[in-house]
Design a protein around this ligand. Structure first.
Ligand SMILES: O=CCCCC(=O)O
Length: 495
């Protein structure tokens, strides 16, 4: 591993991009928080304060729902083509601002600039995809079995939505929810994570400039998420909540959804197994394992959390994987050549350290990394643990960092049993050159997504989501817009 020096981008460029971020709340139009309170947003690479922004209250959240509810009927009544064109303009505008948005993502979240650019393109693509889906919504027309009625169905927007997004993909997790909601004719209140709200604020301004009407998109930033979400969940006007984050918070929101029977989409935690069989293409498996582990510094719900390797190939795989992980450059995301930036905060570094120590104490062998880096910011190196025994915490908990625990297995059935031995069920990865095995194992895995011979499943055209404690519903693809639609059925007398 190479640890690069802290080398910042020019102060003027940084000030320019921060100067473009609106610092208020978007409640129809931009406003300060009700009580004028603000909170700081920090750079995880240096700990430096980036900006102070409005700290929203319950009253602000309810005002945002007022704005969304008031704007709802007019937005739902726009033609699909009109909504599509607003979204298409938003896609063009986001793409044109790639450099600004990418720098902002790197400054507040830490990922390397190249990865931030990839996130901007991924995020903008959701907007393009749903601009295209907006004009492809349809229903059915059929006859009742007795021939006495026509049955006509049509999709209707569910109504005002609360969208709660995480810090790890501050732009893409926003557009993955906002774009299908707006395409369906819904209005929204967005609550971004307190650690990374700046990207959402700039994105919101870009969407307004592209023609999203006042009240259709509202943004409440806050350090106290419960004071925003709980009153909205209890309000009969809210019809939908979409959340990406931890399973514990998701469960709380699902409980709260009961009182007003609010529809829920929950994209929650993961514990992805990455399974490598003896018959895998080893080069492809190593490359896939590195990306599945290190994308976003391992801070992703679909990150490979457990690497399961079949005995016959294990020594060779571990040798090559250890070498690839150890060669990765770690440093501030603004530094060229860096592939892994800082973790989001000290707690994340502490968690990685604790999980590694626990595994080693139980008998795992540390073969790369293993200690927080002695530099300012929250840096943890790519780390590989071999022979991790059952019972180690790292096999049961979401790591959210660049640590790869390896478990060796014998027969295929053992791999499937190990993979499924978790309450989570988001993503899994399978590496094998045998098509029958790939499909058989994929069928047996209790997950919403399976990557076959590749370490990335994310794709705007595909339904992203999990089973078991990993959530409810799907985002992306055609399925993603259905989360924001109700079916209305007309019974038309035929006689
Ligand atoms: O933590 C989950 C974010 C998922 C990002 C993606 O790959 O779409």
């Amino acid at each position: 591993m190479t640890i690069l020096d802290i080398h910042d981008i020019p102060a003027q460029r940084r000030a320019d991009v921060l100067g473009q971020v609106p610092t208020g709340l978007l409640i129809g139009s931009w406003r300060p928080a009700e009580h004028g309170e603000t909170f700081p947003v920090h750079d995880p690479a240096t700990g430096a304060e980036l900006l102070q922004i409005a700290d929203g209250t319950t009253a602000d959240a309810l005002a945002a729902l007022d704005a969304a509810a008031d704007a709802g009927p007019a937005w739902a009544a726009t033609s699909p083509r009109e909504r599509s064109e607003v979204l298409r303009r938003a896609y063009e505008a986001l793409t044109a601002r790639t450099d600004d948005l990418a720098l902002l993502i790197t400054l507040e979240m830490g990922k390397p600039l190249d990865e931030s650019r990839t996130e901007v393109s991924y995020a903008a693509d959701f907007v393009r995809w749903y601009a295209e889906e907006a004009v492809r919504l349809d229903g059915r027309h059929t006859a009742s079995p007795d021939g006495g009625s026509r049955i006509i169905t049509s999709p209707q927007p569910v109504g005002p939505c609360l969208l709660i997004t995480p810090w790890n993909f501050p732009l893409a997790m926003g557009t993955r929810k906002i774009a299908p909601a707006l395409a369906a004719g819904c209005t929204v209140v967005l609550k971004p994570a307190a650690l990374t709200p700046l990207t959402s604020l700039l994105m919101a301004q870009i969407l307004l400039d592209a023609g999203v009407p006042e009240g259709v998109l509202n943004v409440i930033t806050t350090t106290n998420p419960g004071t925003v979400s709980a009153p909205l969940m209890a309000d009969a006007r809210l019809r939908k909540v979409s959340f990406t984050g931890s399973t514990a918070v998701g469960q709380r929101l699902v409980e709260q959804s009961a009182s007003q029977l609010v529809r829920t989409s929950m994209e929650l935690g993961g514990n992805a197994p990455l399974i490598i069989f003896d018959d895998a293409d080893l080069e492809r498996a190593v490359k896939g394992a590195v990306i599945a582990k290190l994308r976003n510094g391992g801070q992703s719900c679909v990150a490979a959390n457990r690497i399961l390797v079949q005995e016959g190939i294990a020594d060779e795989f571990v040798a090559r994987f250890q070498q690839a992980m150890a060669a990765v450059e770690v440093g501030p995301g603004t530094q060229p050549g860096v592939a892994v930036g800082p973790l989001i905060d000290d707690r994340a570094v502490k968690k990685c350290s604790e999980l590694v120590t626990d595994a080693v104490v139980r008998g795992a062998k540390l073969v790369a990394g293993g200690d927080p880096l002695p530099m300012p910011g929250h840096f943890y190196p790519p780390t590989v643990l071999d022979h991790v025994p059952a019972g180690a915490r790292i096999l049961d908990e979401e790591i959210f960092g660049p640590v790869a625990p390896i478990v060796r297995f014998g027969p295929e059935a053992e791999a499937v049993a190990l993979a499924n031995a978790t309450p989570f069920g988001l993503a899994a990865y399978v590496f094998t050159e045998n098509l029958d095995r790939a499909l058989r194992v994929s069928d047996a895995l209790e997950t919403g997504m399976v990557g076959i011979n590749q370490g990335i499943v994310s794709n705007v055209a595909a339904p992203f989501g999990g089973v078991k404690h990993s959530g409810l519903g799907r985002e992306g693809g055609h399925e993603g817009i259905e989360e924001y639609l109700e079916t209305k059925y007309l019974a038309v007398n035929k006689s």
